[in-house]
Design a protein around this ligand. Structure first.
Ligand SMILES: *Cc1c(COP(=O)(O)O)cnc(C)c1O
Length: 307
C-alpha cells in the first residue's frame, strides 16, 4: 500500500501547439492531498511509523501540512500541525478536516516552527516539508511511474521551493536510467531562492518572499538541491507572477484543472527563453498542483495583473 496514488500522464494538445513541442503533464494535482507532496510525505510518514513514531508533527500551513494530515489519517496516526496566525482559515479547515490537530502559534513560520520543535517527544516524528532524503525517495516514485507509462522525454520541468521536488525528480531520473534527461527548475521572481543559490555558488537566505507563489516561498533551498546542479543538467528559469497566473488560467481553460501559481511557474517556463527547451522535442511538465488557490482567487490575481 502507498499513501499516494498513481497519476496519469496527459498529452497536452494546447501546450504542444503553443510551444511547438510534444508537451505532456504528469498530473500530480490529482493526488488526494492536491499536490505531489503526498508522495514524499506519505513515504516519510510510513517509514517513521515503521520505526516507532506515534505522532507526526509539522509546521506547514500549506500543502506539506495538509499532506502530513492526510498521511496521518491513512496511517491512523495522530498529527499536530503548528501554524502561524497568518495561516488562512481555509488552510486550517482543510488540515482539521483530515482529523489533524491545528495549533496556532506566533506571527511567522519561524515562531510556529520553533514551537513545533519544542513539542517533540521521543515518540514523535518531525516531517520536514522538503529537506529529508525520505521525502526525495517518495517524490522519485513519480518518475518511476513515468518510466512505466511512456517513453524517455528530452526534458522534465518542475517547480522549486525548498528543492525537495527537484531532488526527487533527479533521483527518479537517475534510478530509472534516465540520468541524461535534463531538468528545468522553475521559480517565480521574488521566490527565486534556487536561481540565487546557483548564482552565488551556495544556498542563499532570501530576506523575504515577495511572490504570490507562496508554496515556492522557502527562503533558502536545501543543500542537496544546490549540490545536484554539479551532477545533473539543471537549468534555472525564473518567471513573473503574472506569467505563472496566466499559466494557471491556461491549465484551467485547457485541462479543467485548478493549480497554484507555484505550479503555474513550471508551465510558464515552457514559454520562456531556455537553452534546454530549444533543444528538446518532448517535454514532461510535473503539474505539481496545490490546494492554496480557489477559482475566485485566480480570477482576482488575473484581474490584478491585467490592470
Ligand atoms: C511544495 C510545493 C512546491 C515546491 O516543492 P519543494 O519541494 O519545496 O521545492 C511546488 N509546488 C507546490 C504546489 C508545492 O506544494
Amino acid at each position: 500500500m502507498t499513501i499516494h496514488i498513481e497519476t496519469p500522464v496527459l498529452a497536452s494538445r494546447a501546450l504542444s501547439l503553443s510551444t511547438g513541442k510534444n508537451v505532456s503533464l504528469k498530473m500530480e494535482a490529482l493526488q488526494p492531498s492536491g499536490s505531489f507532496k503526498t508522495r514524499g510525505i506519505g513515504h516519510a510518514c510510513e517509514t517513521y511509523k515503521a520505526r516507532g513514531a506515534r505522532r507526526f508533527i509539522s509546521s506547514s500551513g500549506g500543502n506539506a501540512g495538509y499532506a502530513v494530515a492526510y498521511a496521518g489519517r491513512m496511517l491512523e496516526t495522530p498529527v499536530t500541525v503548528v501554524v502561524p496566525a497568518t495561516t488562512s482559515e481555509r488552510a486550517r479547515h482543510l488540515i482539521r478536516s483530515e482529523g489533524a490537530e491545528v495549533l496556532v502559534h506566533g506571527e511567522s513560520w519561524m515562531e510556529a516552527n520553533a514551537r513545533a520543535l519544542e513539542l517533540m517527544t521521543p515518540d514523535d516524528a518531525f516531517i520536514h516539508p522538503f529537506d529529508d532524503p525520505l521525502l526525495w525517495q517518495g517524490h522519485a516514485s513519480m518518475i518511476d511511474e513515468l518510466a512505466r507509462q511512456g517513453e524517455r522525454p528530452d526534458l522534465v520541468v518542475c517547480s522549486v521551493g525548498g528543492g525537495g521536488l527537484l531532488c526527487g525528480v533527479v533521483l527518479g531520473l537517475q534510478r530509472n536510467g534516465w540520468g541524461s534527461v535534463p531538468v528545468i527548475a522553475a521559480e517565480t521572481a521574488g521566490a527565486d531562492s534556487y536561481a540565487q543559490a546557483l548564482r552565488a555558488g551556495a544556498p542563499v537566505l532570501l530576506p523575504g518572499i515577495s511572490s504570490i507563489a507562496t508554496s515556492l516561498g522557502a527562503r533558502q533551498v536545501c543543500d542537496r538541491a544546490h549540490a545536484l546542479a554539479q551532477e545533473h543538467a539543471i537549468e534555472s528559469v525564473v518567471v513573473s507572477d503574472a506569467a505563472a497566473v496566466a499559466a494557471c488560467e491556461q491549465i484551467l481553460l485547457e485541462h479543467r484543472v485548478l493549480v497554484e501559481p507555484a505550479c503555474g511557474a513550471s508551465v510558464a517556463a515552457l514559454h520562456g527563453a531556455s537553452a534546454l527547451l530549444r533543444q528538446a522535442r518532448s517535454v514532461v511538465v510535473i503539474l505539481c498542483g496545490g490546494v492554496g488557490v480557489t477559482a475566485g482567487q485566480l480570477a482576482q490575481w488575473s484581474a490584478q495583473f491585467a490592470a
